[in-house]
Ligand binder design. Sequence first.
Ligand SMILES: Cc1cc2nc3c(=O)[nH]c(=O)nc-3n(C[C@H](O)[C@H](O)[C@H](O)COP(=O)(O)O)c2cc1C
Length: 334
Amino acid sequence: MSEQALTTEQLRFLAEAAGAAPSLHNSQPWLLRPAPDSLGMDVYTDPSRAVPLTDPDGRALHISVGAALFNLRVAGLRLGRDPEVRLLPDSTEPGPAATVRLSRPAPASPPFGRDLFEAVGQRHSSRRPYTNRDIPEALFGDLLAAARDEGATLSLLEEAGVRRVLALTHEAERRTGSDLARTAETRAWLRLDEPPANDGIPASALGPQDHDARVPVRNFTGRPSPTDTSQRFEALPQLATLTTHGDLPTDWLRTGQAMERVWLLATVHGLRLSVLHQAVEWPDTRWGLRDPAEGPGHVQLVLRLGYGPPGPATPRRPVDEILDLSDHRPTVGP
Ligand SMILES: Cc1cc2nc3c(=O)[nH]c(=O)nc-3n(C[C@H](O)[C@H](O)[C@H](O)COP(=O)(O)O)c2cc1C
């Protein structure tokens, strides 16, 4: 089984799973190329799909690519192969952001504690109100361990921390709303009435605004939403931060892998998740997200977790657009 070149069909299977990952504004900023010996896949960032005003350093772009990389690992295991990952192997881009070698057989016991493959297609952002049901402690412990295995720290916030992070997110959302260029950039990723698109955010994925203005879900339209469509959100949202020691592209790639691993595991357990990224997009509000009691670290993401309706599926670019087979010499399958 090992040392067998990947067939075109297997490469497409891997790319489809990678492409199902979450990304800032559903920008899908990734490109995949088979390794020259067809025993792995190289994962590239696609700067042409950057969101430059919101994400000037490409931090969110690398987080998105990290999530795609994690899905690729899960799909590699499904093919019976052991994914060996190297982040930024050439140390700079435009070389690959990561290489995944798939030449050895998968270990007997699943490395993520369980098979996460089915969750790859079931995971969606859920921006709707959640119930007030708490996340069981044991489950949160598993999510925390999953993030730690990927090199990031997941912290569930206490009430004071939740209030602090909500206030910072409100402030960032207000600022973005009064910044015409940023608002236009975000709106450009909205897909409201046009023919079916394969990227961006469709109307069906937008949730209501919070009737009590407690939970600042991102307003993608840049317009005040009508109050008659607002709904009551959970009284005290369950928020968690994902933090890393460093703040370099490799840390962002690790964050993306940790986010996706946590999200897939949450999905397996019927727990919903959405991202509240606004406060990370302004340097001062990002700084304020840090919990001084937690010691040094860089907050990369704010996650809202809870029980509620699943989010809808959002469109994806076709495999032919994200998988570059131009240098690939197809092998005949076993
Ligand atoms: C780095 C990053 C930042 C994101 N920021 C937000 C956000 O601020 N608000 C939001 O509602 N969704 C946010 N998302 C979720 C994306 O909009 C979502 O993943 C994308 O539209 C695809 O939808 P899906 O998650 O349902 O597959 C973010 C995702 C990533 C990876």
